[in-house]
Write a protein that binds this ligand. Structure first.
Ligand code: GLA
Length: 729
């Protein structure tokens, strides 16, 4: 059992292969966080809670109760009692009060990891046990259950929170965060890493010192968003890629979130993560339950790199359910950057014909095939094939593409409605809006109120009917605007604050239906590029479009930031045309291929217009994909050099689990005159093994490749790259 309870010290000990998490019940009431870090044999380290120092616990020193509350390392701090740090939990009573205290009640340990109803979550059979700790509000009478999933094969501990209204009064939940961690600031100080960006610039890594006060990263956009990301790492300031203490928190959720640190008067840091309380309330009548989503906590004593590899292993083996996660995905060509809205059957078949000859395996028809959709101004919601464009219909097109030996994929944006659509003309009230204001547009569209069953059923059935009408192997599920004007005619006035979360639950329900009805479908999520690239969506789709920015150099930073948490097998990455449509940059075709090979791989260009040289390059690249993809999908990922940091070159590698093979991707960004070859020290190899570099005669020890390194030279010009294949000799 990875979970033990010690009655003498009232301590819970949670052990993963290399980490220990200790919790203790103090003064028979208060659940405190004692320790989280490297594995320890001890169970009783309760002195760390300092309850023997002044102030003592409330039963002994009632006079200074608030000093205790304001300094205790709460496992789950509540609002209003005199802990002046940010609380994880807040309720409002029907009389309008916002004070509550949660006291320890009981625990149970169950084997395995029960699913969270209606929510994505990591799963496990015998590889995890679950601890449920029940807390009770003694005066108001409701319960809170904190569940800890403790993995025996990976250094991850999940936390989720359920509120059960066992009282006889309605309560309003105003804040239900999912995980809180407490840290004492080490001598070297503590930093935090968060991911930030914008459309076409998603998930750039940002590291900063944790100073006094609060610092947060959050979304109130109704989705995780391009701008901030539901991830937080707290690390000692001397930690780097390979050394030092790093604590990662990743939210398995796709809506509004907050990830926050707070450093207080005693240099103690509280890190929190959960549903953003802004715009959130939830009415809980007697007998009702509320389940908050899961946060995955990962501790690494070996730097940021090990934290990433732990998340990758966990998400590959215990989050993504699609059968495609263990398969090479078909190499696709998507017509978006090739044609935008200007295409017809003949154009798509021309693309398919050219693609079939060079190793491409699937044609994806993007936006513009339905209703009167000839621009992004109209027709969302009218999911009827436009037969002026698709002469002969969808089935004819798909059959013709299949005859060429290619699979067929299609784009949808099911959550949306255009004001200029037949759907809106019939059901203007189906858009999310408040009764007293005309809702604002974004990309000329509104958001469907999918929290209403009839709306959700309509949107889902549109997708269902199209998928049943032809042999469709893949769906790109897009979402191109964020939520605003939050209001639903289906919700009571005291429940409007539930809409954001209900929206996410409705989305999950729709995607669950889709993958249940079409178990062989390859689903790729997307949101104006990568605005909903999060662990929640990976429960439904094994891959997510990383960014609308397909420029190879911009992608270096986007993909490194994404791979901080998510496996390479999940990152939608394509080769596109130059000058690049986002930045106007010209990069060599080879480099575009090397960078896209670190993801799911495909093309996003008009292949009918390429030169013979470029067509030959595609043949090479599609062969390279098959050669390296098993390694890229399953191996261990190492960041060796970051262009975002050094402004000169970028280097990452993927090493096979048995360390018999590695592939190294190196890109020198700007050419530099009179420059030495670049010394690169590889990572993750076996120092005792002997290796060779494909294409070279000589051999190297793993030790030499890692501690002495290799020189990479001969890259003349800007944006040149190299792929280096290391094999055990
Ligand atoms: C979003 C996606 C793109 C493309 C367009 C179509 O921006 O990220 O890849 O599908 O929508 O409108």
């Amino acid at each position: 059992m990875a979970i033990k309870y010690f009655e003498n010290s009232k301590t819970f000990k949670l052990d993963t292969p290399n980490t220990t998490y200790l919790l203790a019940v103090v003064d028979d009431a208060y659940l405190g966080q004692v320790y989280y870090g490297r594995s320890l044999p001890d169970s009783d380290l309760n002195y760390l809670l300092r309850t023997q120092e002044n102030p003592l616990v409330p039963s002994v020193n009632e006079r200074e109760t608030l000093s205790f509350y304001d300094s205790f390392a709460w496992e789950y701090p509540t609002a209003g009692i005199g802990d002046y740090r940010d609380a994880a939990f807040k309720v409002r009573t029907t009389s309008g009060h916002e004070v509550c205290l949660l006291k320890y009640d009981s625990y149970e340990i169950v084997s395995g990891k029960p699913a969270l109803k209606g929510l994505p979550a990591t799963f496990a059979g015998a590889e995890a046990d679950t601890l449920n700790i029940t807390l009770i509000e003694p005066d108001l009478g409701f319960k809170v259950i904190i569940s800890y999933g403790v993995f025996s094969n990976v250094d991850a501990i999940t936390k989720s929170v359920k509120v059960i209204n066992t009282s006889s009064d309605t309560i309003y939940l105003e804040k239900v965060l999912s995980s809180v961690l407490n840290f004492e600031k080490p001598d070297c100080g503590m930093d935090m890493i968060t991911l930030h960006g914008s459309w076409a610039r998603e998930r750039h890594m940002c590291r900063r010192e944790i100073a006094y006060g609060r610092a947060s990263s959050s979304s109130i956009r109704g989705e995780s968003g391009h701008q901030d990301h539901p991830f937080l790492a707290v690390l000692s300031s001397d930690a780097d890629e390979d050394r030092g203490d790093v604590y990662g928190m990743s939210f398995v959720y796709s809506g509004n979130f907050i990830a926050q640190t707070e450093r207080n008067q005693f240099d103690v840091i509280r890190a929190e993560m959960g549903i953003n309380p802004e715009g959130f309330t939830w009415r809980l009548k007697p007998g009702e339950e509320f389940q908050a989503p899961e946060v995955v906590n990962v501790y690494s004593s070996q730097g940021i790199g090990q934290m990433s590899r732990t998340f990758h292993d966990l998400y590959r083996n215990h989050l993504i359910r699609s059968k495609y996660k263990d398969m090479q995905r078909p190499i696709l060509i998507n017509n978006w950057e090739a044609t935008y809205f200007q295409f017809d059957t003949n154009k798509l078949l021309d693309i398919a014909r050219a693609a079939a000859g060079v190793g491409i395996e699937m044609l994806v028809m993007d936006d513009g095939w339905f209703g009167k959709r000839s621009s992004d101004n109209c027709a969302l919601g009218d999911w009827v094939v436009n037969e002026e464009k698709l002469q002969g219909g969808l089935k004819y097109l798909v059959d013709e593409v299949n005859k060429l030996g290619l699979k067929f994929g299609i784009w949808f944006e099911p959550e949306m409605i255009s004001p200029d659509s037949d759907l809106y003309r019939a059901h203007p009230d189906w858009a999310i809006q408040v009764p007293y204001r005309k809702p604002g547009l974004s990309r000329c569209q509104l958001v469907l109120d999918i929290t209403r069953k009839e709306v959700r059923d309509y949107a889902y059935n549109c997708v269902y009917k199209i998928l049943k009408s032809a042999n469709i192997a893949y769906v790109k599920w897009d979402m191109n605007r964020q939520l605003a004007d939050i209001g639903s005619i289906a919700l009571d006035s005291d429940c409007q604050g539930e809409l954001f979360h209900r929206y996410v639950l409705a989305l999950y329900e729709m995607q669950e239906r889709l993958i249940t009805d079409f178990p062989d479908l390859l689903l790729e999520n997307c949101s104006g590029g990568g605005a909903r690239f999060d662990a929640g969506m990976l429960y439904y789709s094994p891959q997510i479009w990383c960014s609308d920015d397909t420029d190879a150099i911009e992608r270096l930073t986007i993909q490194q930031g994404t791979a901080l948490v998510y496996p390479l097998s999940t990152m939608g990455a394509h080769v596109s045309v130059c000058p690049n449509h986002s930045v106007g940059r010209n990069t060599p075709f080879e480099t575009r291929g090397y960078v896209a090979l670190s993801g799911t791989f495909g093309y996003e260009l008009d292949i009918t217009k390429l030169s013979d040289y470029e067509m030959d390059m595609i043949k090479d690249q599609t062969a390279m994909y098959h050669k390296y993809n098993d390694l890229v999908r399953n191996g261990d990922y190492y960041r060796i050099a970051s262009y975002q940091e050094n402004k000169a070159y970028d280097c990452t590698s993927v090493v096979a689990k048995d360390k018999s093979e590695a592939v190294v991707t190196f890109v020198r960004v700007m050419g530099i005159p009179n420059v030495h070859s670049q010394r690169i020290k590889l990572k993750g190899l076996d120092e005792k093994k002997t290796y060779r570099i494909e294409g070279e005669e000589r051999t190297y020890s793993g030790a030499a490749l890692m501690y002495a390194g290799i020189n990479i030279g001969g890259l003349w010009g800007d944006f040149n790259g190299r792929l280096i294949h290391i094999l055990e000799a």
